[in-house]
Write a protein that binds this ligand. Structure first.
Ligand code: GUN
Length: 294
């Protein structure tokens, strides 16, 4: 097996976290600032709990201050807004992350817009979304930001390349397209989604394919171009009775089927996933050091 094909997100994210740890020490030494990140989680979503736990651990490892507010499912929208306002006003907090999804009775967009955009380290506030789309300084959503880092640190040439993104979510697909359009990456971008006709006609032209659809092993080898770079954003649980857990994690790409044809590919797990947390740490450090907004 040619392991040079594998984009090792676990390793790259550990290098980035080491860099952030060093910069965090410097920030404390030179300016007496400790980056602070507040997590808010509402309800009992098991996956959300795991994610918030991992993000909290990363803060600890890097030397950030973090607070987690775990609120019951019955929390009202007005109570949540009050908590966000308190964090907005708290000078020791540089980033606020409300874990999504929220319970049905809470208006998600209203909550996102209540966060001070200068502390919106998720990059979901319309102020950051808009600034990203017109190429201004802003917080970039962590998963697409992590993918850019994977691409850059793996020396993938993006200039004039055909990039196809499968999925049009606000968290991944749309910001991903904005980033590849920027002059520094300079790609030609296509977004495919559930209504796209003949998706294979697009994916088979992709020099770089980003799969973010949430369908296990959707991308097969007959859908990709020889030598393509494949970035798999999917994390799907599929049942597997041959292992004790009874399930395994798989991406949106049929990895074993595509491997022989690609020039580079991200594994699942260990590809995009660890990068998301690393970039959350990077955004929080940028917020604390006021390198995005004064
Ligand atoms: N839920 C799934 N991904 C994310 C993310 O990146 N940020 C937040 N806040 N919630 C999420």
């Amino acid at each position: 097996m040619d392991s040079g094909k594998i984009i090792d997100g676990k390793y790259i994210s550990s290098v980035i976290k080491d860099e952030i740890r060093e910069e965090t020490k410097k920030l404390l030494f030179e300016r007496n600032i400790i980056p602070g990140l507040a997590f808010i989680i509402v309800g009992e979503n098991a996956a959300s709990k795991v994610y918030v736990n991992s993000k909290g651990k990363a803060c600890e490892e890097i030397g950030f201050h973090s607070i987690t507010k775990a609120l019951p499912e019955t929390t009202s929208e007005s109570e949540l807004l009050r908590i966000i306002n308190d964090f907005n006003a708290d000078n020791s907090i540089h980033g606020i992350l409300v874990q999504l999804p929220l319970p049905e009775h809470i208006n998600e967009q209203k909550i996102i817009e209540a966060i001070d955009y200068k502390k919106d380290v998720d990059g979901f506030h319309p102020q950051n979304v808009g600034r990203l789309s017109i190429g201004q300084k802003c917080f970039i959503p962590c998963t697409p930001f992590g993918i850019v880092e994977l691409i850059k640190r793996s020396n993938v040439d993006t200039n004039g390349k055909n990039v196809v993104v499968i999925g049009r979510s606000n968290i991944v697909g749309k910001p991903m397209a904005s980033l590849f359009l920027r002059k520094d990456l300079n790609s030609t971008v296509t977004i495919c989604h559930s209504a796209t006709k003949d998706i294979k006609s697009f994916t088979s032209e992709a020099d770089i394919l980003i799969a973010a659809i949430g369908k296990p092993e959707f991308v097969k080898s007959d859908m990709i171009k020889e030598g393509a770079v494949i970035i798999d954003v999917g994390i799907n649980r599929i049942s597997d009775n041959t292992i004790p857990k009874g399930y395994r994690l798989t991406g949106d790409v049929d990895y074993n089927d595509c491997y022989k044809k690609v020039s580079k590919i991200t594994p699942v797990p260990g590809g995009v996933g660890p990068m998301t947390i690393a970039m959350l740490m990077k955004n929080t450090l940028s917020s604390a050091s006021k390198s995005v907004y004064e």
